[in-house]
Design a binder for this molecule. Structure first.
Ligand SMILES: Nc1ncnc2c1ncn2[C@@H]1O[C@H](COP(=O)(O)OP(=O)(O)OP(=O)(O)O)[C@@H](O)[C@H]1O
Length: 581
């Protein structure tokens, strides 16, 4: 590939990046200046700046840090190009780009000797507590490490694995581990890595039905009704993934040890199924509570405290980022193999645009865990206190193995929630009685807040088991959720990824001028791929050392035709942006 082609590609990359028009123009003119000066070093610097700016203005800083750290740590495990991958690639669309990004899902290439049946997506050295008797919820900075990039695959294939199991793309579905309202949950094993996941299946027909009902009833989209759902599109224009877009958008943003991680979403175009690939929570739900007389598991005092502290930290993180879960209950609190609590199921969660606005409409959540204001109000209510109430009901359930308010009739249940007090007559610890009473306060304006809970005598065992600070808990800020995130933020990552690849290509060019590149290298570089799949691109922040005489190399002057092409690209870029507006 010639230097001209490199410049031309880089201009396209910059112009197609998700940066504001002014930034794109500015970077394009910097590139132009480098081109005119035949200064590849300056061009590389410009591309590095594009990457940095993308990090700061897009909502993918964590992802890009992840990309950087992955690249820098030689962890890129570019998947071998399977037949389906090459088919996807050949389309040259956004989703084929995504297939390449899969390569950045956490690698466990160093684990090759480990028994693959024992790996899970969370199998990493554990830096954090979560043992039931830990004395502080301290964690190191790696706890909220950058989230995995959520990959979206629109035409995943279902095949039969060599062991006779169904396989969705690379995930072999080993056995059913749960049943949800929209489909089953499978234990899935990535056949390339041996990592285990929870693969949640959704019936598109059921989701569409629910979506239509919601559109009819509420005038907005269905599952995952965030406040900033995409504007209602005609059904035929929408990707099936839009049916779970709200939930995907929320999960993409979250990066906390007590919140389940989403790795990939897959649509099987030819079938009714869609899949979400989650971190596996081996120990399943916290407990099972029924409306019958059968008692669920009763947790000891320290187990209750440990679980509830983790719940507080997870919900604090959500609330701090303007997300109300709306369906906190033991079923949605799972535990990973090491006992860490993971909050799951963001299907009815809400995201808020404005700081301080957490007003929600009723009609979500599970009746026995619903706050009194949701039972009686017909308008909007403040969302955060409703999560606190559900946390209180959950705490009651794990302490006593039963629900505080239960009835076969929903009318009766709502009446009890509004009028009855929970039975605490057997409670020995006055501190616990106070805590639960403050959580199950009927008046949401008087209900205990998360900030107050932080200093609660029972929760902290009189200060002996303190929580990590709020700042530390919420430090890994997720950036604001935008309309674009909900519509399919994949594009933004693609832009970033293209720029990263461009930086890499420039560096290759500087290190090995075209005369030294093999024809295969050139072909692959032209296709936007590193020439050696086992080699990782160098860390972007540390430019490669270059020979002292690098700048003294003979340089090609840009041809007139290249300058004309770049002018055309700039004009095209401008008009595309103007069209967008
Ligand atoms: N990440 C996971 N790891 C292990 N088990 C899981 C995971 N996610 C869900 N499960 C199990 O699968 C079952 C069904 O979960 P799911 O979230 O689909 O149910 P649901 O509450 O009906 O949610 P939804 O309304 O979203 O379908 C649950 O019993 C849960 O224990």
């Amino acid at each position: 590939m010639s230097q001209d082609d490199f410049y031309q590609n880089s201009f396209s990359m910059v112009l197609q990046s998700p940066l504001p028009l002014t930034d794109r123009r500015s970077f394009a003119s910097q590139l132009e200046a480098s081109l005119l000066a035949s200064n590849l070093t300056a061009a590389t610097t410009t591309l590095n700046s594009v990457t940095t700016t993308l990090n700061s203005v897009t909502s993918f800083s964590s992802s890009s840090q992840y990309l950087r750290s992955t690249i820098g740590n030689n962890d890129v495990t570019t998947t071998s190009t399977t037949e389906s991958d090459s088919k996807e690639d050949s389309k040259g669309d956004l989703h084929s780009e995504e297939t390449k990004i899969t390569a950045l899902v956490p690698s466990n290439s160093s684990d090759t000797e480990e028994d693959e049946s024992s790996r899970t997506s969370t199998d990493k050295p554990r830096h954090h507590h979560a043992h039931s008797h830990s004395h502080t919820h301290s964690r190191d900075s790696s706890v909220n490490s950058p989230p995995p990039i959520v990959k979206e695959t629109l035409d995943a294939c279902v095949t039969v694995s060599p062991t006779g199991k169904l396989q969705v793309k690379q995930y072999e579905l080993r056995r059913i581990i749960g049943q949800g309202a929209f489909g089953i949950v499978n234990l899935g094993v990535d056949v390339n890595t041996g990592i285990k996941y929870a693969v949640k299946e959704f019936s598109k027909a059921k989701l569409r039905k629910k979506d239509r009902q919601n559109l009819f009833r509420l005038g907005h989209r269905g599952r995952g009704p965030g406040r900033r759902g995409p504007t209602v599109q005609a059904e035929e224009e929408r990707s099936p993934l839009d049916l779970i877009r709200g939930e995907i958008a929320i999960l993409k943003k979250l990066n906390h040890i007590n919140i389940v991680k989403l790795y990939e979403v897959l649509d099987v175009a030819a079938e009714d199924s869609m899949y979400m690939v989650f971190e596996l929570c081996e120990l399943g739900a916290l407990t099972e509570v029924t409306v019958g007389d059968k008692l669920g598991k009763i947790f000891t005092d320290s187990e209750c405290r440990d679980v509830f502290q983790q719940m507080v930290l997870g919900i604090e993180y959500l609330h701090e980022h303007d997300i109300v879960h709306r369906d906190i209950k033991p079923d949605n609190l799972l535990r990973s193999a090491d006992g860490t609590l993971k909050i799951v199921d963001f299907g009815v969660s809400e995201m808020f645009t404005k700081k301080g606005d957490d007003m929600i409409k009723k009609s979500a959540g599970s009746p026995a865990f619903m706050a009194p204001e949701l039972c009686r109000s017909h308008g909007e209510v403040s969302g955060k206190p409703t999560d606190l109430w559900s946390m209180g009901i959950t705490l009651f359930c794990i302490r006593y193995g039963r629900l505080p308010f239960k009835s076969g009739s929903s009318f009766e249940l709502q009446k009890m929630i509004n009028e009855n007090e929970p039975d605490l007559s057997d409670e020995q610890d006055p501190r616990f009685r106070t805590t639960i009473t403050k959580l199950l306060e009927k008046d949401p304006s008087k209900r205990i807040t998360l900030d107050e809970l932080r200093n609660d005598p029972w929760l902290t065992n009189d200060g002996l088991v303190p929580l990590i600070s709020k700042d530390e808990n919420t430090q890994n800020a997720v950036l604001e959720v935008t309309e674009d995130d909900l519509r399919g933020a994949v594009q933004q990552l693609n832009g970033l990824f293209r720029v990263l690849k461009a930086v890499y290509k420039f560096k290759q060019l500087r290190k090995s001028p075209s005369s030294r590149a093999s024809s295969r290298d050139r072909r692959e570089m032209a296709a936007g791929e590193p020439s050696d799949r086992s080699l990782s691109p160098p860390l972007i922040d540390s430019p490669p050392s270059e020979p002292a005489n690098d700048t003294a190399k003979p340089v090609e002057k840009p041809s007139d035709s290249l300058l004309a092409k770049i002018d055309a690209l700039l004009v095209q870029g401008d008009s595309e942006v103007e069209d967008d507006h």
